[in-house]
Unconditional design. Sequence first.
Length: 29
Amino acid sequence: MKRDAARDGRAAAAGIDANAHLALACLPS
C-alpha cells in the first residue's frame, strides 16, 4: 500500500510539473 501511494504521489507530482512546464512554454516570451 505504501509503495502504491508513493508511486501515485510521484505520478501526480510529475503531472503537475509537466502541466506547469507546458503552461510556461505556451506563454509569449
